[in-house]
Structures are given as C-alpha cells and as structure tokens.
Ligand binder design. Structure first.
Ligand code: AKG
Length: 297
C-alpha cells in the first residue's frame, strides 16, 4: 500500500485521504455496470439523480468488493483490528447535495452524541469508504471539503464561517479505482446546483420540471456521468453502534422495508476478511413507515 503512514496522517489532520488503484480497470467497469443496471431497475429518485440505500447489502453480486479488493485491508489499516461494518452504504448517481456533516447519531436516551468528547474517552472513529467510478483528476465534481473541519463542531465561528466556506474549500480529485476515506464529521459537499437552478426549482412544483432543470444544468456545465458507492465502517464502541442503528432506521424508511436483514453473503465476506459488525442488540429496530420519495427540490 502506498505511503500508508502519510495517508493516515492526512486522514487525522484533514479528515480525508485516498488510496490509489484499489480497483483495476476491469473491476471499475464491472462495478459501474452492476450499479447502473441495478439503479435502472430499482433505483429511487433522490436529489436530481438516483440512489440505492443499504447498497452493499441489497444489490446482488457486488459483495466481491469486500473480499476481492484491498478494501478490507485498508479498512483495518485505517481503523484497527476492531473495525466493524456499521450497516450503512449508499449508491448515488448524478445527485446534487449541499454542505453538511454525516455524523448523525443519538444515545439511547435520544440526546445527540457528543462527537467531540473533551477527555477523548472513546475517540470518534466512523468513516465512509467511497469508490468514485469515473475520473475526477481534472474535473471538480467529486467531493469538496473543509480540511480539518472534523476536529471541531464550529466553522470559523458559525454562520460567517459557513458563508466563507461556501466559497473557500478543498477538493478531492481521485483517479477512477481510488478509494476515498473520510471522517463522518467532515464538513463536505458533492455537487451543488447553481443559485439560478435552485431558484427556478423553488418556483415550480412539478417534479419532472425540477428534474429537467437539474439535467439542463448538468449538460451546460458539461458534468460527466457520476456514480459512486459508499460503505461505512467504524471502530467497536458506542459511536459505531449508534451510527449503525440510526442509519438502519433511515435506510428502512427510505426503502420502505419493515425489517432489516443482513445478507448472509455479505456477512460471510466481511467475516472472512476480519471485519466485525456493529452491535445492534441493545436497541432492536422498530418497524417504520412506508418509503418517502425524495425528489429534487
Ligand atoms: O456527492 C458527493 O460526492 C458527496 C455525497 C455526500 O455528501 C454524502 O454522501 O454524504
């Protein structure tokens, strides 16, 4: 693995790093085709594009990325021998988003967890591992982030900081086949629609028209077809357990599935690679309401 120590330092300092050549050319093409074929048949409209939640668990035939690539080795290198799958994985195709952090988890009491504990009793270690399946070395549509923002809940003093970072940020520009790793507390963004598109989308109520506005913007900005899969892993402990529970609930709601079941195949692949599972036992998942369809708005 390339300059591993440097990558781990980048992750620690900036909240993000990437490992080159984790997928070879054949694997990139295969995964792209598997994801796009699945989305065509079963994807859900979301933020101007298409998505599948609980992706690594529900998309048939893609579990090879766990045991036929360096993914699991990298997960254990980054997190340690207590690395666990936290039951959270999404595929996204041509979606837009805004600036946000992903660390959403609450204690069993319902209070939000403190992701920046002062005494570091349990350091926060939950990360997304993402394969972007196109070349982002020259374009600017992969991932934007504010380096170091995972270390603090405030950004240069609140609202002013947010406005400042709307314009000033870092960009991640990996080659296809790279594995991007980022801390779930990192302030980040993918592709944001222009203010004009946002405004026009607010003015129309028709979902198809909203979608056409985003498609039109994608065309005039010359954006490439953008598809990626993210899989989340964390160190054994409360942060991982709570992240897993919350994400399972969210995935259930989005998919409209009453009971979470993990595929035996995925479980076996993870186990064979020395990756455990976050503990869901002390708070069984409740059945949830039917899926909501989130559309461009
Ligand atoms: O579109 C992207 O590259 C980033 C997606 C994102 O922000 C997320 O999954 O949390």
């Amino acid at each position: 693995m390339q300059h591993v120590q440097q990558k781990l330092e980048d992750l620690e300092n900036d909240g993000i790093c990437y490992f080159e050549d984790v997928l070879d050319e054949h694997q990139i093409a295969l995964l792209r085709q598997q994801l796009l074929t699945h989305l065509e048949g079963s994807g859900r409209l979301y933020n101007g594009g298409n998505t599948q939640n609980d992706a690594i668990n529900v998309i048939d035939g893609i579990q090879w990325i766990v045991n036929k690539t360096l993914l699991a080795d990298i997960v254990r290198t980054v997190i340690g021998d207590d690395a666990q799958y936290v039951h959270h994985s999404d595929v996204l195709h041509n979606t837009f988003t805004g600036w946000h952090r992903d660390c959403l988890a609450h204690a069993n009491s319902g209070t939000p967890l403190n992701f920046w504990p002062e005494n570091d009793s349990e350091p926060y270690k939950v990360y997304k591992f993402a394969f972007y399946l196109e070349d982002h070395r020259r374009d600017k549509t992969a991932l934007k982030y504010v380096a170091g923002s995972h270390k603090s809940p405030t950004l240069r003093g609140g609202i002013l900081g947010r406005i400042y970072h709307y314009f000033v940020y870092d960009t991640m520009q990996p080659a296809p086949g790279a594995l991007v790793v980022f801390d779930q507390r990192l302030y980040h963004n993918g592709v944001t629609p222009s203010l004009l598109t946002k405004l026009l989308q607010k003015m129309v109520s028709n979902t198809e028209t909203k979608q056409k506005l985003w498609d039109f913007e994608r065309r005039i900005r010359g954006m490439q077809d953008r598809v990626f899969i993210q899989i989340a892993f964390g160190a054994s402990g409360e942060y991982s357990n709570q992240h897993a529970k919350e994400m399972i609930d969210r995935q259930q709601q989005k998919i409209g599935r009453p009971v979470y079941e993990m595929s035996e195949h995925l479980k076996a692949n993870l186990t064979a690679c020395g990756i455990g599972l976050a503990d869901l036992n002390d708070q069984p998942c409740e059945p949830v309401e039917a899926a909501e369809v989130v559309t461009a708005s």
